[in-house]
Design a protein around this ligand. Structure first.
Ligand code: ZN
Length: 145
């Protein structure tokens, strides 16, 4: 049988949000912004991708329980050691934030089902600032039918 083509109607929606962080380390729940984008996209089944075009903040999915958000900051401080004699600190003072970003990553992908983010009860999309205060861009892309 020669080439069978299946037509799939695929939507691609993209928007950019921005947040302003207010301290050097901060965990911000950005789930609401992503939910809004999914709603505007009209996609009912597909994928939402959240990306930060930065090298000193990260994206992770976890509980937005206030104690845990502080624990995330403490964990990152302890393990990335701000002010330690990292080589990058010879030209900048934020090696710890680059290292933290490498551990956390800069994006998250979430399934979209029934027009909504298909996440676990306690899951939230968290932007983790490690070199604030700064304005941070969040690029949200929603793909699907
Ligand atoms: Zn740097």
């Amino acid at each position: 049988m020669l080439g069978v083509q299946v037509a799939v109607a695929c939507k691609v929606y993209q928007e950019e949000a921005s947040v302003r962080t207010t301290s050097r380390f901060q965990v911000l729940d950005v789930t609401g912004r992503v939910e809004e984008a999914v709603s505007k996209s009209g996609v009912t089944k597909g994928l939402a991708m959240v990306y930060v075009p930065h090298t000193t903040c990260g994206i992770t999915i976890n509980e937005a329980e206030p104690g845990l958000m502080e624990d995330i900051v403490e964990f990152l401080r302890e393990h990335t050691k701000p002010g330690a004699p990292w080589r990058h600190n010879r030209i900048d003072d934020n090696a710890h934030a680059h290292l933290g970003q490498s551990v956390l990553g800069h994006h998250a992908s979430i399934p979209v089902t029934g027009g909504r983010l298909n996440m676990g009860t306690w899951q939230r999309i968290l932007l983790v600032e490690m070199d604030g205060p700064r304005r941070r861009r969040i690029i949200i892309t929603v793909i699907g039918e």
